[in-house]
Design a protein around this ligand. Sequence first.
Ligand code: PAN
Ligand code: ZN
Length: 187
Amino acid sequence: MADIVVPSVKFSGIELTGPAIDRLSRQLGDLEDIFNDKQALQALPADTTVYEVASYFPVPDGTTAGLFFGITYIHPGKVGDEYFMTKGHFHKLRDRGEIYICIEGEGMLILMDEQRQTHAEKMYPGSIHYINGHIAHRTANTGNTVLSFSAVWPSDAGHDYDTISTEGFSKILVDQNGTPALVDNQP
Ligand code: PAN
Ligand code: ZN
């Protein structure tokens, strides 16, 4: 290997470019169990893209002591009064933490502990968020432009989506007269 290496994975504007970047995209049709207002959901096209994630996995999934890096892009929009948001998850290995850094746009990071206590942190360009292990995390776009943020998490963390899919978060983020409000989740 050469003494000096120029990395080929990099930011280009807000895009993550380079070889072997994994890209996934979530449409409304994939997110039926996370939004409460089923009537509003059905009125929107199921192929509406809610968010995309570009990830760099330098080591195989499950590797101990490695790290992964990703950028999430959440489009602006709402289902009823709920903002477009990610599925949300606990890490499969519960004690694995994560760092989020907001790149552009405005949003909210919703955090819930295993006792179902929920609070939120405002995301704005440059804001840094430490997510402790044992904390479920979800992000919502509260603005009119794309919300993008980068994330770094352990390569053995894994994702537990089932717990959130069945039990939800104890609070949801809704638009109350133009202002984001965290309210009790009453499905
Ligand atoms: C992030 C999330 C990403 C998408 O990279 O995976 O924002 O959210 P969901 O995974 O909840 O759909 C992360 O937290 N990784 O661990
Ligand atoms: Zn995570």
